[in-house]
Write a protein that binds this ligand. Structure first.
Ligand code: HEC
Length: 225
């Protein structure tokens, strides 16, 4: 009896070897349709992740490191506060902070945006609509007093403006008048920061145009928004 039992166990443990010429189990598994689809699917995912995610990130980081001018400085604390206020107040619903590399944009707002300009602005507030003008070349365009008056009541400086007023960025004085809060001061510091780096650097844009203050003036007569 025990002999018979042994024979059965042997049969389970040692399947007869595949007949010569028959593909091995691994090869048969790899040849199965589901395996091919699974490997193909995962392979495509990995490839697209590498090609569309990893490689561009490495390239962009490299390009930004190469092209950042030595004069570039990260935002200071006040400008950072302003950037936070800019995001919170939703200024990006109506303003872009990105000059596209197309003639009408460059003619109207100044040099096209460069990747390194945004290295400390995250998430970038490029925006998608221009109800108001692009602000990425705002630095030096207006005085601080103009910005405060405009933020407090846009119609006081631009009578036709549809921009909302931001009175909560100001502290009302008992005797009348309003004083900018720390947030308003930060916001104006941030507006003055926008485009300063590219002006200071004197860098050439990809279009080969020398960047100087003169290109960063508004030209409201050129091209559609
Ligand atoms: C509902 C749309 C809207 C929103 C939201 C908005 N703006 Fe405006 N903004 C405009 C329009 C339109 C103009 C052009 C008329 C004017 O100058 O007021 C403008 C103009 C400006 C200008 C003057 C640009 C220049 O030099 O000619 C600045 C600076 C500005 N906005 C900053 C801001 C900031 C900061 C915020 C957020 C706190 C903001 N805007 C929110 C519509 C908007």
């Amino acid at each position: 009896m025990s002999g018979e039992g042994d024979t059965d166990m042997d049969a389970v443990q040692d399947p007869p070897p595949a007949p010569p010429g028959r593909p091995s189990r691994l090869v048969r598994m790899l040849e199965r349709g589901t395996t091919v689809m699974l490997l193909g699917g995962v392979g495509s995912l990995v490839l697209s992740f590498l090609a569309l995610g990893v490689v561009p990130t490495i390239e962009l980081t490299h390009q930004m490191n190469q092209s950042t001018p030595a004069s570039w400085k990260p935002m200071n604390a006040e400008e950072q506060l302003g950037f936070t206020v800019y995001k919170r107040e939703g200024c990006a619903y109506c303003h872009t902070t990105f000059v596209r590399d197309i003639p009408s944009d460059v003619a109207r707002f100044g040099p096209a945006g460069e990747a390194w300009e945004y290295r400390d602005q995250y998430p970038q507030q490029w925006g998608t609509r221009r109800v108001g003008p692009d602000l990425s070349r705002e630095s030096g365009l207006r005085s601080d007093a103009w910005h405060y008056a405009h933020l407090y009541d846009p119609r006081s400086t631009v009578p036709q403006s549809v921009m909302p007023a931001y009175p909560w960025l100001f502290q009302q004085q008992p005797g009348g008048g309003a004083v900018p809060t720390e947030e308003a001061r930060g916001l104006v510091a941030y507006l003055n920061y926008l485009g300063r780096a590219i002006q200071v650097s004197g860098a050439q844009t990809e279009r080969g145009r020398a960047v100087d203050g003169s290109t960063a003036t508004r030209n409201h007569d050129v091209g559609p928004r």
